[in-house]
Design a protein around this ligand. Sequence first.
Ligand code: FAD
Length: 500
Amino acid sequence: MTSVSANNDLRQNALVWFRQDLRVADHGPLYSACQFVKAQAENAGMPSERPAKVYGVFTSTPSQWVSHDIAPIQLDFIERHLNMLATSLAALGIEFKVLHLDRFEDVPSALRQLCQQLDIACVFAHAEPEVNEHQRDQKVGRMLAEQGIGFELFEGHTLLPPGTVLNQSGKMFRVFTPFSRAWRSQLMNRPAVPLAVPEPVGPRLDVTEPISLDCKKRSSQLWRAGEGEAKRLLEEFVHHNLAEYRAFRDIPSVDGTSCLSPYLAIGVLSPTQCLATAMARFPGALIDDSGEHAGAFTWVTELCWRDFYRHLLVAFPNLSKTRNFNELADGIRWRNNAEEFALWCQGKTGYPIVDAAMIQLNQTGWMHNRLRMIVASFLTKHLLIDWRWGERYFRQQLIDGDLAANNGGWQWSAGTGCDAQPYFRIFNPLSQSEKFDPEGKFIRKFLPQLASVSSRKLHTADIVGADLFASELDYPAPIVDHKAARLRALDALSAMKRAP
Ligand code: FAD
């Protein structure tokens, strides 16, 4: 927690600034704001005529969302959750306001003004690792301090705060495995205990006006909304699927993963809630990589990846500007063919596993992790298109868009990232498809025109793609030949060879 500034005796209210944390449970800033006003009431010793209040605020900055390519489906999901949050807060006696602002740069002064109007003594919020958000918060802190208003930032987006999992030289790890070892051992000594929903701080309020964000949105109704719903999904997943997670997490045709990423991305659910729920059922999830705990152990590793990428964003702020993590990658000559990129986006590459995955993304706003790796590898290696093009397209489509995870996932797949992924490891989309969708169930779900094609043929698209086309199945021939594309990629990516 970072504490800024002094208090001003005339002011007594608290403001909780909600950002990527649209929940009331396990919410450090909300919990502390409620404690803050209760402590004031207790200090006063007698019922006050004007008891201190807690307010909530969300700053809506559509122009920034457009410039950052935030997906319209994610904005719709956010809007639905803002309405639910307003209701949950009203039940706690907390009035929730949305500040509609033209520009991201207007946030600090608008907040200062709101604080003055509401007699706010202190603003409470979760820290955000992205460069722009971090700079904005520094400015907010300075502006509020000038007015004698406090600004307290809490960690909570990750299981361990950025900057606290370091190597022996006191620096951020550059590879995942040693990071994960250090991360697990720290968490062993720091049990995950989510904070409760605070007690009401005033009488229940009415919510009269629905919240509407003034931006382009796309329906997210395929996804159930709400904190209660997210918790129910988490419980169900841990109860029914977690034991088998290791066996099924790579099979896109089965519900082998949690599908909780949309809720984690906007903070309807916290990672602490996830870990605590997993540990309650599988107490060995942090240390036991075998037997009945193996599934939970593997899932916790995914939560660790999530932390890892956020920690990297703080340690290497250039990542927020989508720079190559590995500078050797600056020498890669991408082909960047716009027509091929459009075919990849539309799911028309002639490789069924790639196309079905892209259609899943376009239709649902979500894509299975194994498929994200396959399509990202295909774009960057088979088509030699700069990973930043794909990263941006994902941001424009994903309901779980998350700067750190998206950047990390793309750079990992392109081989330009932080891990020891050698540039010459190139996923073969055909063998990936045969291994992870052997019966073609996933492919046929999103490419129903291939329903009658045999499974064997689905995994040999480079040979049969032309056949499929010729037989008027409404499916394109492959846009590149796998073997030739692989050799071309090896040549172009050799720019990443380390000097001898
Ligand atoms: P589960 O397997 O149930 O995992 C639980 C949670 O752990 C996820 O909800 C997610 O929050 C986290 N997680 C899992 N895998 C990863 C990972 N590899 N990196 C970081 N966190 C992880 N994830 C996003 O949340 N937003 C993104 O924008 C995003 N973009 C990606 C782009 C690429 C190219 C790749 C390869 C991966 C990307 N991921 C992203 C990571 C991963 O694909 C998704 O988090 C996962 O598919 C979400 O499904 P789930 O909730 O069922 O995951």
